[in-house]
Structure formats: structure tokens, C-alpha cells
Design a protein around this ligand. Structure first.
Ligand code: AMP
Ligand code: MG
Length: 400
């Protein structure tokens, strides 16, 4: 089987995924979700002309006063039913409705009140609309506030609430099952027997999935045992309560103990592609098992991270309604010369230097998780790159 270019594999993976499903949620549960509907205002904001200041409501046509003090309007009150008589001023507070006829607010600091007469103590701007928040100046009933496809942040949720909504239709979180495979794996924190390592990838993938908007519904550690892996794939791939995405980790390569591909077949699943023209991460598998989409990541922690970033996260984002699920690449200048690239796209662990420079970390051993941790970006060396001088432009994928 020839190696599939990364972009082609990403495209095929997204094409395998079903369309994102939606659900209605109360606003307090909507943060981070992507809207599945157009949201329109269900009310005018403000619903009436309101005062923007503490002071006195007057008719601008009355000029510089003085005014006869007539009544009071505070926030939360219904607008006065009676118009403000000419020559009168109504005591008013921030957020309170103006009486009919009033169109200007005079600040309380600029007047003196004596024997029910309000007089200016200093020159003051008197014109229609001064210090008035006019009805619907924020948004009007029926106005489109946001379109489907927008990620809901704190501001959007506040806007929806102010516009009269208490629930919104958002895309569902894709449900993900993580299956780490390997006889050497122990649950993190467990006392290790000779030859065992903590299964760190499961936790790493969980964190990545949750940050991308997915929900991890199960996280299993399985031995390199064909019937056990097959049975687990069947169980988590079932529609009722099952996973939308199954991520396996480890056992994706060609060794005698690499059983994920045979297990997919034994579970009645289908493999869509295997082996990508990339380094690290070549043995990536994509397919389906029952009703779930399966992504088989290599077990090497760095390979699992890089394939997670380039394949799993875009898949999770796509299935949670994100129309632009792929990470953006940035241009940077090489801070050091690089030899010619190999036959696969190389995602080198690298650090940004200076304003726009980048340099790969040494060594590039893809089993070194600590070097991945020190990296702040991946430097992409496309397959077949020529030797490059310092200063040449390259593409990087930021990790922060
Ligand atoms: P494999 O892809 O199964 O050949 O595993 C490649 C390397 O990654 C081996 O050294 C494994 O011990 C290691 N590895 C596999 N799975 C995990 C995991 N869940 N967490 C940490 N390391 C792992
Ligand atoms: Mg293994």
C-alpha cells in the first residue's frame, strides 16, 4: 500500500464522518458549543427610551429651564402613562424609562433644586437624545444576532440571554471512546511491574479531545490480544450509547503484536486508509466499526500527539460543527540551515526564536515526550524538501 499524503488523508477522514448532530441546551450549558441555528432577537433592547445617567428628564424644546419638578422614574419602573408637561422636569435614574414627551437628560451634578424648581448651575448641553439610550439602539426585535456556525463564548451567551432566549440549538459533542492497546501498559499511578509503562497516551488524548469540544465516554487499556480488542471495538461501536469516534492507540503498525487492523476486520469493520506519508505517525489507520468512525493512532507518544493534532482534533471539531476544523499553519524563518527533507512530511519538534524565527530541537527522537513538551511548535518539512538556508521561510504549526 503506498503512503497517503497528509492532506488527502485528512480530506478522506472528514468525508467519512457523518454530519454534526444538534441538540437544544439551556444557555448555561452552551459555552464553547457551536450554534446550529440562526439566532434572532426576541425583544427590543432597550425596550423603551431609557436614561443613561442620574439626573432630570426634560423636553429639549424647553431650552435652559428652569423646570417644575414633576414625579420620578427609577430603573425597573414602567414608563409613565402621562406625558411630561411642557416646562416640567422628572427626576430620573440610570436605566429608568423616560416619560412620553421627554427627550433629553440633564445631569444631576449640573442643577440645583429649590422649592420644586430645577435650575441649571452651569451651562449645559440641551438637545434631543442627550444622555438617552433610545429604544432598540442595541438590537431590535427580529434582528439577526448570530448565524449558525458561530462558537458560543461568554459574550454570545450574554447577548442571547438579553435577547430573550433561554435555550439554543447547538451541535452535539461527539462521543469518543479511547482504547489504548499494549501488553506493557499500566494505568497511570499503578505500581509498575517489570517491563510496564504508564499508559500516558490515554490521558493526553482525553485532554486533547475535551479541549476540541468532544466528550470522552470511555477510556480502556487493553492487552495485545485479538479477541479482547475485537470485542472492545464491537462494544463501543454500537449505536445505543456507543461512541461516534473510536480512537485506538498503539498496535497500528506491522509487528506481530500490532492487532488493531485485524481486530477492526474481525469486528466487522472496514479500513478506509492506512499509512500516511508523514513522520512521525506513518501507521495511522482510519475506518469504521459498526456505527462509529475509527481512528487508529500509533502508540509512540510523540506520534500519537502529532497524529492526534492533525487528524483526531480536526475530526472532533468537524463533528462538533466547526466548519474550519484544521489547525492553521504560520510562516516563520529558519534560524538555522536544514539538510534536505526525507520521503515523508516531517513534523519536527521546534521552538520559535526572536520575532519570526524557528529552530528544530535536537535530537528529533520521536519517542522523546520531554522534547515534545519543550517544543512550542511543529516545523513542517514537506516530503522532498531541498536543503534550506537560515532565513528561508518555512511553515510551522503552533502548539500553544
Ligand atoms: P506501538 O504503536 O504499539 O508499537 O507502540 C509504540 C511505542 O509506544 C511503544 O514503545 C509503546 O510502549 C509506546 N506506547 C504504546 N501505547 C502507549 C500509551 N498508551 N502510552 C504511552 N506509551 C505508549
Ligand atoms: Mg504495541
Amino acid at each position: 500500500m503506498s503512503l497517503l499524503p497528509v492532506k488527502e488523508a485528512q480530506r478522506r477522514l472528514i468525508a467519512l464522518a457523518p454530519p454534526a448532530a444538534s441538540e437544544e441546551l439551556p444557555l448555561h450549558a452552551c459555552a464553547g458549543r457551536i450554534l446550529a441555528e440562526t439566532v434572532r432577537a426576541r425583544r427590543d433592547q432597550p425596550s423603551a427610551d431609557l436614561s443613561a445617567m442620574d439626573g432630570y428628564a426634560v423636553r429639549a424644546a424647553d431650552g435652559d429651564g428652569p423646570w417644575r419638578l414633576t414625579g420620578e422614574s427609577a430603573a425597573g419602573a414602567a414608563p409613565s402613562a402621562r406625558p411630561l408637561p411642557p416646562g416640567a422636569a422628572m427626576r430620573i435614574f440610570t436605566g429608568a424609562p423616560l416619560p412620553p414627551g421627554a427627550d433629553c437628560i440633564i445631569l444631576q451634578e449640573t442643577v440645583a433644586v429649590e422649592a420644586d424648581m430645577v435650575r441649571l448651575t452651569e451651562p449645559c448641553e440641551i438637545r434631543p437624545g442627550h444622555h438617552v439610550r433610545t429604544k432598540a439602539n442595541d438590537f431590535a426585535l427580529g434582528e439577526t444576532l448570530f448565524e449558525a456556525g458561530r462558537r458560543l463564548d461568554a459574550r454570545a451567551i450574554a447577548l442571547a440571554a438579553l435577547a430573550g432566549h433561554d435555550r439554543l440549538s447547538v451541535y452535539r459533542k461527539p462521543r469518543v471512546a479511547i482504547l489504548s492497546t499494549g501488553n506493557e501498559l499500566a494505568r497511570p499511578g499503578e505500581t509498575l511491574r517489570q517491563g510496564q509503562i504508564p499508559a500516558s497516551n490515554g490521558l493526553m488524548l482525553r485532554a486533547m479531545i475535551e479541549q476540541a469540544g468532544g466528550e470522552v465516554i470511555s477510556e480502556l487499556i487493553l492487552p495485545d490480544d485479538l479477541p479482547v480488542i475485537t470485542q472492545a471495538l464491537r462494544a463501543v461501536g454500537q449505536k445505543s450509547g456507543g461512541a461516534d469516534i473510536i480512537v485506538t492507540c498503539g498496535g497500528a503498525s506491522v509487528g506481530d503484536h500490532d492487532l488493531v487492523r485485524p481486530a477492526i476486520e474481525a469486528a466487522g469493520g472496514a479500513i478506509d486508509f492506512w499509512k500516511i506519508r508523514m513522520r512521525p505517525g506513518k501507521p495511522l489507520i482510519a475506518g469504521t466499526v459498526r456505527d462509529a468512525l475509527l481512528l487508529g493512532l500509533p502508540g509512540n507518544p510523540v506520534s500519537a500527539f502529532v497524529t492526534g493534532l492533525l487528524f483526531l482534533l480536526p475530526l472532533v471539531r468537524h463533528m462538533s460543527g466547526d466548519a474550519a476544523p484544521f489547525p492553521a499553519l504560520l510562516s516563520r524563518r529558519l534560524a538555522v540551515p536544514l539538510p534536505a527533507g526525507g520521503e515523508r512530511d516531517d513534523y519536527m519538534r521546534a521552538v520559535c526564536v526572536g520575532a519570526d524565527g524557528v529552530k528544530p530541537l535536537r535530537p528529533q527522537d520521536s519517542a522523546q515526550l520531554s522534547a515534545l513538551f519543550r517544543a512550542d511548535c511543529l516545523l513542517l518539512r514537506p516530503a522532498g524538501s531541498l536543503a534550506a538556508n537560515a532565513g528561508e521561510l518555512v511553515q510551522v504549526l503552533p502548539l500553544a
